[in-house]
Design a protein around this ligand. Structure first.
Ligand code: HPA
Length: 245
């Protein structure tokens, strides 16, 4: 078993998942968000990890990203498909749209971003020019196209610290920087995966227009509505993609 799904907001468990084993893995960096679930989707062995815990209780800035990635690496995972809920900055990215990003700008300020932050692991300087794995991205894009999903291939993911949403001025700044979507969970997750040599790609599901990009303020009710319809597309995509991995 070499493939893992990291589920984000709205994806605490997988559809059609046949659970075989629940793994509690001890890591040098503390506890994972939840036990890693090993099982089958459409006959394909995969692992699933709920990033925010199960039930959803860990906010983005409190997630133990290092423990999660370390644990997945320790059981031989070499490909991760991450599901991330995001706000849409680009005009075309409204609720329930799926973006397969190809770049990241990291605006987080308080997270431990490397396994070599303390002296547990040797210092490394990973190449991170292209933070997402191209092969995985291509598969996600090809299948999104085949399923006629409301999706876009390529985008810049601005990762903010949270847990609050942004001000309209902050979103304008991100837009000027070239961001198309904004979320709170791709970093340091993507960089840690790279440090461990794990191929990583994101299915970024838009659950709201980013701050200042719609006439109204952002409510949790609106986000939940968008999640409900959007997650159905994410499931569809995963079901198509997993047998090819
Ligand atoms: N901003 C940051 N993170 C998010 C958003 C947002 O608007 N929506 C979902 N995650």
């Amino acid at each position: 078993m070499t493939v893992a799904i990291i589920g984000g907001t709205g994806l605490c468990e997988l559809d059609d998942f046949v659970l075989k084993e629940s793994l509690d893995i001890t890591t040098p960096f503390g506890e994972t968000s939840a036990p890693i679930l090993a099982g089958l989707v459409a006959g394909r062995p995969i692992c699933f990890l709920a990033r925010h815990g199960k039930p959803h209780s860990i906010p983005p800035h409190r997630i133990n990203y290092r423990a999660n990635i370390w644990a997945l690496n320790s059981i031989g995972i070499n490909r991760i498909i991450a599901v991330n809920a995001v706000g849409g900055i680009a005009e075309s990215m409204g609720p329930a749209h799926i973006n397969i990003p190809d770049q990241i700008i990291d605006y987080t300020t308080r997270r431990v971003g490397s396994f070599c932050d303390d002296d547990k692991e040797m210092p490394t300087h990973i190449d991170f020019s292209f933070p997402f794995d191209e092969k995985l991205r291509k598969i996600l894009i090809t299948k999104s196209e085949a399923l006629s999903l409301d999706y876009s291939a390529g985008g810049v993911y601005g990762c903010t610290e949270g847990p609050r949403l942004e001000t309209a001025a902050e979103i304008n700044r991100l837009e000027n920087d070239g961001c198309h979507i904004v979320g709170m969970t791709a970093m340091p997750e993507a960089a840690l995966a790279r440090e461990k040599g794990i191929a990583y790609a994101s299915i970024s599901l838009v659950v709201n227009k980013a701050a200042g990009k719609s006439e109204t303020i952002i409510t949790m009710g609106d986000i939940e509505e968008a999640l409900k319809s959007g997650i159905a597309s994410v499931y569809k995509l995963l079901r198509e993609v997993l047998p090819d991995l």
